[in-house]
Design a protein around this ligand. Sequence first.
Ligand code: PLP
Length: 433
Amino acid sequence: MKFYNINNPSERVSLKQAVLRSLSGSSGLYLPEQIPVLPHSFFRNLRSQDLKETAFAVSEVMLGDDIPAETLEGIIDQTFTFPIPLKQLKQNLYVLELFHGPTLAFKDVGARFMSGLFSWLVKGEDKEVTILTATSGDTGSAVASAFFGKSGIKVVILYPSGKVSEIQEKQLTTMGGNITALEVNGDFDDCQRLVKMAFVDDDLNSGLNLTSANSINFARLFPQSIYYFHAMAQLPGKMEPVAISVPSGNFGNLTAGLIAKKMGLPVDKFIASCNSNHAVTDYLSSGIYVPSKTIKTISNAMDVGNPNNFPRIAELYNKDHNDVTKDLTGYWYNDDETRSGMVELFERLGYLSDPHGAVAFLGLSEYMKRNDCTGIFIETAHPAKFLEEVESSTGVKVPVPEPLLKLKELKKQAVKIESSFSDFKEILIRRTR
Ligand SMILES: *Cc1c(COP(=O)(O)O)cnc(C)c1O
């Protein structure tokens, strides 16, 4: 499979180049030349397949020309060490729980798959690779956990000071070893900007082998397509039409869903559910995309003013707004509405969700008022990751899983930096030497 730069479609690269570089020199995102369609036999057998079997079939059609089958199996084995259950809340309402991985958020899926693929790709390279990652909270922890101790790979994580939860901060600052955490005096968009600047900086690029583990990297994005198929596999009988609501920030999760749809996933509609950072839902209703400054909310992993996967979504539909809206609609909610969503979920359906899942639930409920369908919303984080917010909104004591309890005793190790590029560059050179 070749990959093309969406800003310059004549530029074609191999899987290895797309993954190791993340972005083209002109900052263009990569997409596969063609999105392969899964055969009918795959869908006939889907219900009898477990998660790993589904993962293998879906990855094989996309990556099978580039990765030997045993290697792909190994990557899948080390990725899906936890279940991804679909739970029924009432007759035609389901929640897909993506938070059963080691850092209790959905980003474990992409980060672990990427770590496996990456380790295979860099084997035998003489130069160490440095992975730069901007995080609004959960990416950093998932990437730190997935890449910790991997040889030949250093990880540098940038996170916005004071804008991630205490648990998230502990998860990304306490690993040590090949993981460095930079605490940036700024917001998530500042972190993302610094990472993007590093990629186009000649000094850094000639000195370091830089890449990204954000969802701009196809190796992180693509494996997220797998669980949409696994969700369908768990639905009982014929349930069409199906709508899936995705709580969205950088839109990696949703882009993976749209790719799955192009691969044949029988989903009628995707719903982009956002918080007060709603550039994309505005685009869906108006056809005009205007990135904006980030607004801080209680669903902080979605606090993104200029989502970095939006250009991929536009590209998947040839930038035709009308076509985009056939597959995708969207709604957004402020913090008060999000809190009410958590309360409603708990009181009416007995389900304790985190703020991100509540936003997805609200979007789905709004859609289902007008559309008769089976609805699935995605719960992206364990409620204990957003403990204070969940407890104060619902009045319910959240049970804290063991791995999070242990974090409390660990000591934060972060390097504080300003949001200027020169500061960042100097530290990066020092830290990766
Ligand atoms: C990252 C994240 C999101 C947003 O996912 P995107 O792929 O960036 O749209 C939603 N919820 C949680 C808990 C997250 O960590």
